[in-house]
Design a protein around this ligand. Structure first.
Ligand SMILES: Cc1cc2nc3c(=O)[nH]c(=O)nc-3n(C[C@H](O)[C@H](O)[C@H](O)COP(=O)(O)OP(=O)(O)OC[C@H]3O[C@@H](n4cnc5c(N)ncnc54)[C@H](O)[C@@H]3O)c2cc1C
Length: 469
């Protein structure tokens, strides 16, 4: 068994967690962090695991919130990020918010003090040299340009998306199917399709005109720092299309042609919003062509005026992001390893997860997988029923690739959410079916109880009643 270290590039949320997990498994690590030798557009300090924007790890409710569940699983797995977060918590209702400096200092001190971790403050300018046989790239959305270039060359020119507009994603069970219907345009079956692959939301003329007006009036996010950056694939935000003329959307993503409303076949819709299945489980649907830079609160308000989406819950809202990430479902194997270069893994936001906690969670998994390999063991993958497994599955394979928009990269960064988990039957209350919010809460509790039990089993921890978590 080799005693060579595992090299981790990037000491952010993911890289710090990965280094910690590897060292805790008894394997030496070299952590390469370029700050303060070279900075990024967003980082302000030289601390490890610096939070570049908000100080929140979001909800800490492990029973009914997916990110709260991920917190709980990370704590079970001995996460450094969670332990430093818990130690530096600030009041924030049901959320886990942290004192950002105290948090980053704690992570930095514990990494510096670990006997198996060496920190090298240097930029890694390209892919790891061949003698780094186990390495993890965790350089985040602001990966230094020269390494980003090397990754792009190694993975194919279209594999790195630099600038991006994303469309909202809706939980299927919040769409009113008494108003909407399943149908592909012109009933086209297409490869792997059934002719009923889209959900369609019909609008009459009055609804359409009001919708376009609301898009034009809605407050947009300012994109100051990176203004002038081209949109990926020329994919324009919907409100930019609306600015080109009142009919533009009706001839673009909202065209009604080839669609017949099964609930009202004799009346032709004036415009149609289409949603496309977004994950293999069929629990999430994305709004086709609805990339937007409307402010989040505005999006919820305007998109809930779409017939059938009045009660829509959004797994992700649209937005404009500068994002460096790889096309993980194509490029990585299930253990986050580059298929074309065994021993080289990716972790954190560069893999296409979104958010501090998710990035750290993927760092935790990559670290464990790399340590296992160094110890001569096969990486142990978390079950898909856990938050770890659901997130990993989204990144490495759970995403549906669109056949009808060839060339369009459909893998998009996403926060952990319940739509990524295999569904459960809603538990009954004294033999009666639950409805509405009670049903949603009961399903979430069932998912989180199953996840925590399965996570404990995966980690080799004794089973425990979930109430005690
Ligand atoms: C402007 C902005 C605002 C954001 N706001 C939020 C928010 O409010 N909430 C949220 O949850 N998420 C937010 N995110 C997303 C956030 O970046 C990620 O959630 C998280 O920081 C990603 O973790 P990471 O470890 O993948 O990357 P990072 O935390 O960015 O860590 C990457 C590290 O790699 C280092 N590095 C880069 N290139 C090299 C190189 N070649 N050699 C050596 N080191 C290198 C960097 O210095 C950095 O320390 C934001 C992102 C950006 C860009």
């Amino acid at each position: 068994m080799s005693k060579d270290p595992v090299h981790v590039i990037g000491g952010g949320l993911a890289g710090s967690e990965a280094a910690w997990q590897i060292a805790e498994a008894g394997v030496p690590v070299v952590l390469h962090e370029m700050r303060p030798v070279r900075g990024t557009d967003a980082h302000k300090t030289e601390g490890l695991a610096e939070l570049v924007c908000s100080n929140s790890f979001r909800s800490d409710d492990a029973e009914t919130n997916a990110v709260g569940l991920l917190h709980a699983e990370m704590r079970l797995a001995g996460s450094l990020i969670m332990s430093a977060g818990d130690a530096h918590q600030v009041p924030a209702g049901g959320a886990l918010a942290v004192d950002r400096d105290g948090f980053s200092d704690a992570v930095t001190r514990r990494i510096e003090a670990h006997p198996l971790i060496t920190i090298q403050r240097e930029e890694v300018p390209g892919l790891p040299p061949a003698n780094w046989d186990q390495a993890i790239i965790a350089t985040g959305p602001l990966t230094a340009p020269s390494l980003a270039q090397s990754i792009a060359e190694a993975t194919g020119a279209d594999a790195l998306a630099f600038f991006d507009a994303i469309a909202p994603i809706v939980h299927f069970d919040t769409i009113d199917m008494n108003t909407c219907w399943f149908q592909s345009r012109y009933d086209k079956v297409g490869p792997g399709g059934t002719g009923k692959d889209y959900i369609n939301c019909p609008m009459d003329k009055e609804q359409y005109l009001a919708f376009v007006a609301a898009l034009l009036e809605g407050q947009k996010t300012e994109f100051k720092q990176w203004e002038g950056t081209p949109y990926f694939d020329g994919c324009l935000p919907i409100e930019v299309m609306a600015e080109r003329g009142v009919e533009t959307l009706r001839h673009g993503p909202m065209k009604p042609m080839g669609l017949t409303n099964v609930h009202n076949p004799s009346v032709k819709a004036y415009a149609v919003v289409q949603l496309r299945q977004d994950n293999a489980l069929g629990t999430l649907y994305n709004m086709v062509g609805f990339q937007t830079k409307l402010k989040h609160a505005e999006q919820v308000q305007v998109f809930r005026t779409i017939p059938g989406l009045e009660n829509a819950e959004f797994a992700r809202l649209g937005g404009l992001h500068r994002n460096t990430y790889i096309n993980s479902p194509t490029l990585l194997d299930r253990s986050l390893q580059l298929k074309s270069r065994p021993g080289l893994r990716f972790a954190g936001q560069i893999t296409g997860c979104e958010g501090y906690v998710e990035s750290a969670a993927i760092g935790l998994l990559a670290g464990r997988f790399a340590a296992a390999e160094r110890l001569g063991q096969a990486p142990s993958l978390p079950p898909q029923t856990t938050a770890f497994g659901a997130l990993l599955n989204h990144i490495t394979g759970g995403h549906i690739v669109s056949d009808d928009e060839p060339g369009k990269r459909s893998f998009q960064p996403m926060n952990v959410n319940f739509g990524l988990f295999p569904p459960v039957e809603a538990p009954k209350n004294e033999g009666k079916r639950l409805r509405g919010k009670d049903k949603t809460v009961a399903k979430r509790r069932a998912i989180t109880a199953r996840a925590l039990a399965d996570c404990r089993a995966w980690l080799g921890l004794p089973a425990r009643a979930e109430a005690a978590e």
